[in-house]
Design a protein around this ligand. Structure first.
Ligand code: PLP
Length: 326
């Protein structure tokens, strides 16, 4: 797989350094950490929302993509980058490339909705439509990468991508300095939770890191339970930002170390959470973006906690309204 990994696995403290020196703020904002007043009152706990839906491309993905690309050589940037994605990573890479004046080729499956194709084009990305599925698009991207001497920007399985996402953990611990019971994060390939989890475990190991997956798309939870990476044959597509059949090698290794607990949620719980987020923020997040909130509610109900503080990361807001009616 054409990722550029560090020769030896990075420990949690190495990730601490990588996060502290990550370059993300040329494109990303320090998003707000907001109290969810209505939800907090209802759950008898203090719930804070980390507003990654506020980012320029409406998800956190530009942090990792930009950090990766900011570490490329001028020659590599000049040659250009490539990725395969139908979703938020595509927009993150396109925006990061635009900022760094690099060419960005984005391979998307032919089934990608036109709005997503247009969003990438508007950011200056060159869209190549190939294959019916993500894995076909991925295969095509690998081929183009080799033919044209481009650098592959992986959506999650790369230490620099992981460290870029980890800056969210750094911000959370800076923005919230009192007692904090747990941080909840949606998992797809595992880059977000690896970066944030490694940072939190290095700085505040008392804070629990809780991974959230859809019941029909839980590759990371199953992989960690079995002690090896599993490949799912089918994944539910409702939460498209987290529908991943196989997690990364490095993200599997890091998540195994830093995730305290996994929670799985279903479609009804996520729909209810989208509404909860709307009530408190007047913003609509996408299904993957609301998974952490659904998990906080479930966790509080199961553990019957009171007066604790929890953070839920609202990871994205690229809502596909066509899918909402399902
Ligand atoms: C990519 C994504 C995730 C999952 O991140 P991973 O690093 O793949 O685990 C969660 N939510 C949204 C909105 C995303 O775009």
């Amino acid at each position: 797989m054409p990722t550029s990994r560090a020769p030896a696995p990075l420990s949690a403290t190495d990730y601490l350094k990588q996060v502290l020196t990550a370059r993300v703020y040329d494109v990303a904002i320090e998003s707000d950490l907001e109290s969810a007043r209505t939800l907090s009152r209802r759950l008898h706990n203090r719930i804070y929302l980390k507003r990654e839906d506020q980012q320029p491309v409406f998800s956190f993905k530009l942090r990792g993509a930009y950090n990766k690309m900011a570490h490329l050589s001028p020659e590599q940037l000049k040659a250009g980058v490539i990725c395969a994605s139908a979703g938020n990573h595509a927009q993150g890479v396109a925006l990061a490339a635009h900022k760094l004046s690099s060419r960005a080729v984005i391979v998307m499956p032919t089934t990608t909705p036109q709005v997503k194709v247009d969003a990438v084009k508007a950011l200056g990305g060159e869209v190549v439509l190939a294959g019916d599925s993500y894995s076909d698009a991925y295969g095509h991207a690998v081929q183009l990468q080799a033919e044209q001497g481009l650098t592959f920007i992986h959506p999650f399985d790369d230490p620099l991508v992981i460290a870029g996402q980890g800056t969210i953990g750094m911000e959370i611990l800076r923005q919230h300095q009192g007692p904090l019971a747990a941080v909840f994060l949606a998992i797809g390939g595992g880059g977000l939770i690896s970066g944030v989890g490694a940072y939190i475990k290095a700085v505040r190991p008392d804070v629990k890191v809780i991974g959230v997956q859809m019941a029909d798309s839980s590759a990371m939870a199953q992989s960690v339970a079995q002690g090896q990476r599993v490949t799912l044959t089918d994944v539910g597509l409702f939460a498209d930002g987290t529908a991943v059949k196989q997690v990364g090698e490095e993200t599997f290794r890091v998540a195994t170390e830093v995730v305290d607990e996994f929670v799985t949620v279903d479609t009804d719980a996520v729909c209810a959470a989208i509404k909860d987020v709307f009530i408190d923020t007047r913003s609509i997040v996408e299904p993957s973006g609301a998974m952490a909130v659904a998990a906080v509610k479930q966790y509080v109900a199961t553990h019957k906690t009171k007066g604790e503080s929890y953070v839920a990361v609202l990871s994205g807001a690229n809502m596909n309204f066509d899918r909402l009616r399902f």
